[in-house]
Design a protein around this ligand. Structure first.
Ligand code: PHE
Length: 360
């Protein structure tokens, strides 16, 4: 083959490549095919010409048989063709990118109002815990917390509930292993805090507690808030005054509060606290209808409390002759139900956004 024929063959690759490109573009315009597929098709054409086994390489192979004197000219021609094809290929890719951007812009209307993100809110249980803690913070209590997996000693023993104590039966317990339990109440925080501190001390401890108990009014996990205060000369009057102030802050200034004798192993004397029913105003009925919330009694049981038992002080090494104190514990779900008028405990655990949104 003459040098002129060879040179011509080299040069003919450029229009052939252009044809290949436009064939791809026309067969599949930028709007009808994904731009990624189109870019792949363009790349295939490039490989067809410039690839290791492509048409340019094929021509280069013939160079071996050419007259050595002609080789520089042919080499230059090969480079020129390669350069020209590369430039056209890059142009085609750039055009494709631009077409893609233009298509996007055509559908983009910057005047359309944005989509507001849905904001979450705090769970009603969290809201009540925060509110209760806030009231006690104003009364000078600090907030403490502790583990949900407890030893038997913190959960029972140090609270004057030895292994054979019948009061343990009231707190159907979930055991992790022998002597390790999911705490059945927040009272271990009394022990932990007293051990870590010297009196005087006043603290509230919100948190999760667990009991082997599950029906429409009990869930195996629920929330409590514990509170206690130790100082010199603390009396039942301080307990009564503090809890009355707290309950009236939470349920309204007109709320009536009554204390009924009760029993807890870790307080002596102990009491159960009732508030006047906030649904019927303590009347036991609404018009002619009997009040279902307080079951016509006019009172709602709201928490347990008492003066800290000397046995508890003994367990933590406090001198019960020098110090006295009170303690109380309340169930958060119950308070939330009464405060917000929620009739079914399970609502708090179902994560129904229509329910939860009402508190946000
Ligand atoms: N821990 C008790 C319970 O879960 C409540 C309580 C706490 C009672 C503190 C008195 C004092 O039932």
């Amino acid at each position: 083959m003459s040098i002129d024929d060879l040179l011509q063959e080299f040069d003919s690759l450029i229009p052939a490549f252009e044809e290949g490109l436009s064939a791809v573009m026309q067969a599949d315009g930028p709007s009808s095919s994904s731009s990624a597929a189109l870019a792949d098709a363009l790349e295939a054409v490039r490989v067809e010409f410039l690839g290791r086994k492509g048409r340019l390489a094929g021509l280069m192979a013939k160079l071996g048989t050419a007259d050595p004197a002609d080789r520089p000219a042919l080499g230059q021609a090969a480079n020129r063709v390669k350069e020209a094809i590369s430039v056209r290929f890059d142009d085609a890719l750039a055009a494709l990118e631009k077409a893609k951007a233009d298509a996007l812009l055509k559908h983009f209307d910057p005047t359309v109002p944005g989509r507001a993100p849905t904001l979450g809110g705090l769970h009603p249980i969290t809201l009540v815990m925060e509110e209760v803690c806030q009231v006690f913070q104003h009364l000078g209590f600090e907030i403490v917390s502790g583990p949900e997996v407890e030893t038997d000693w913190y959960n029972f023993e140090a609270l004057n509930m030895p292994g054979d104590h019948p009061a343990r039966d009231m707190q159907d317990t979930l055991f992790i292993q022998e002597n390790i339990v999911l705490r059945t109440h927040t009272s271990p925080l009394q022990i932990r805090t007293m051990l870590a501190r010297k009196p005087p001390v006043a603290a509230v401890a919100p948190g999760k507690v667990y009991r082997r108990d599950s029906d429409i009014t009990h869930t195996p996990m629920f929330h409590q808030i514990e509170g206690f205060l130790v100082d010199k000369h603390v009396s039942m009057a301080h307990l009564r005054g503090s809890l009355t102030a707290f309950l009236q802050a939470l349920f309204g200034a007109g709320t009536k509060v009554r204390f009924r004798p009760s029993f807890f192993p870790f307080t002596e004397p102990s009491a159960e606290v009732d508030i006047s029913c906030n649904m019927c105003g303590g009347k036991g009925h609404k018009g002619n209808e009997p009040c279902r919330v307080c079951k016509t009694t006019g009172w709602l049981e709201i928490l347990g409390c008492g003066m800290i038992d000397p046995e508890v002080f003994r367990a933590v090494g406090y001198d019960s002759e020098a110090w006295s104190g009170f303690a109380f514990g309340m169930g958060v779900e119950r308070i939330a139900m009464l405060k917000y008028g929620v009739g079914d405990l399970r609502m708090f655990f179902e994560n129904d956004a229509r329910f939860l949104r009402q508190f946000a």
